[in-house]
Write a protein that binds this ligand. Structure first.
Ligand code: CTP
Length: 403
């Protein structure tokens, strides 16, 4: 899956011959799962039609502050467009537009939108080689980068003039790759390793029976996805669960029992930066596992149980620099019980669910959490989908590891 999936991309097109390639660029953004809106300088319409671009982007294309031919058309709000975008890319960016951007000139919709945009702005210069080499262009390129804009450098090759040299707009495939790589390099969890437990554990009674619980694993799998989407390499230790995951940064390690989960966690713990234990681990297991199926008898059956190891507590004791997060499912005295667990298990953060809250807990698709940190700062969240809750949890962690 591309990091551009779900991103809002604002493509600004200026009047260079390379504008004809932007049809391909729009297609590539759409294919990578992005939503695309296009704005053009009036002169760029000589090189490619707004109809082509609106058809490919599935959005209206604007080039003026209002469309004179359409009396129902409202003011094209450059501020709204600028705020809508997760990223803006100006391609091709001509010497003229680059110079205007540098000086804050604002005489068309594209330039006004550029000045209003709060998102990262990429630009892909395209012009003839002598224009590209000109000192004034060099000044523009330098200034624009010093303002925080990101340049996708022009390449060398045959130019529309017939001259050969530097000034060709990067190819659409390379523009998309450049932006994807840039986004990945800046993800807040890039380079971080994360250990995560999810789902229930099953404790064998005999070859066909076990003691388990109703955990679906959904909360943990959503946390894995949220963390991987922000660049973390995730070691997801999962008890038996029907959840599926398909992400190049998530390594799934399937286990069945609490002991297997304990071993898998300790195998990875020393290498990770963050550990989140969301699994519903059995606290007890049958003391003796019978090796043949237990036959039915008239008398009642007693199974002696022994405690399993507390994985979270053991990781708290072994902690070096890891940021350790536990979950607490409580029915009463929620906050004081959760605070006790922070201390007794040496946690940095605890995610508290109360079974008294409707929609919280481990079986459904929603959750309602309170997050408490080791200084006992407490944040209560509304009832949300588990994927939204996962993002909240990961954001709370990012704020603290970067503090
Ligand atoms: N946990 C664990 N290993 C266990 C039991 C629990 O790692 N054998 C972890 C869970 O993944 C969760 C946290 O401990 O992150 C809290 O689990 P919970 O059952 O709420 O707490 P307990 O410490 O078992 O205490 P109690 O059941 O008495 O509330």
């Amino acid at each position: 899956m591309s990091v551009l999936q779900g991103k809002k991309v604002l493509l600004g097109i200026t009047a260079g011959i390379a504008a004809y390639k932007t049809a391909g660029l729009v297609r590539l953004f759409i294919k990578s799962g992005a939503e695309v809106k296009v704005i053009m300088t009036p002169a760029s319409k000589d090189f490619i039609t707004p109809l082509t671009l609106s058809t490919l982007s599935k959005n209206p294309v604007h080039s003026t502050f209002y469309d004179q031919e359409d009396e129902n058309e409202l003011w094209n709000n450059h501020v709204e467009l600028g705020l809508w975008a997760d990223l803006m890319i100006i391609a091709p960016a001509t010497a003229n537009t680059l110079s205007k951007m540098t000086n804050g000139v604002c005489d068309n919709l594209l330039l006004a939108t550029y000045l209003s945009a709060k998102c990262p702005v990429y630009f892909a210069p395209a012009m003839d080689l002598d224009m590209y080499k000109h000192q004034s262009t060099k000044n523009s390129l330098e200034s624009l980068q010093s303002f925080g804009n990101i340049m996708i450098p022009a390449t060398s090759g045959e130019l529309a003039s017939g001259l050969v040299g530097e000034g060709r707009m990067a190819e659409p495939e390379d523009i998309v790759k450049f932006i994807e790589q840039d986004i990945m390099d800046k993800l807040p969890l890039k380079g971080k390793k994360l250990l995560l437990t999810a789902g229930p554990t099953y404790e064998a009674i005999d070859p066909v029976r076990f003691i388990g619980n109703h955990s679906s694993g959904k909360m943990g799998f959503e946390i894995a996805k949220a963390a991987a989407n922000l660049g973390a390499e995730v070691f997801l230790v999962s008890g038996p669960s029907h959840q599926k995951v398909n992400h190049s940064l998530i390594h799934r390690i399937d286990v069945t029992s609490a002991q297997q989960m304990y071993d898998a966690c300790h195998n990875h713990y020393m290498d990770v930066d963050i550990a989140i234990l969301s699994a519903a681990v059995a606290d007890y297991r049958p003391k003796n596992v019978v090796d043949k199926k237990i036959k039915k008898k008239d008398a009642s059956l007693v199974i002696e149980l022994e405690p399993t190891q507390d994985i979270l507590k053991s990781l708290g004791s072994a902690k070096k620099n890891q940021f350790l997060v536990g979950f607490a499912l409580e029915t009463n005295d929620e906050v004081s019980n959760a605070k006790k667990k922070i201390e007794s298990k040496n946690l940095n953060l605890i995610v508290l669910n109360s079974l008294r809250d409707k929609g919280a807990g481990f079986a459904g698709d929603t959750n309602k959490i309170t997050i408490i940190d080791s200084d006992f700062n407490q944040t209560e969240y509304d009832l949300k989908s588990k994927s939204e809750v996962a993002v909240d949890i990961i954001n709370e962690i990012i704020t603290r590891i970067n503090a």
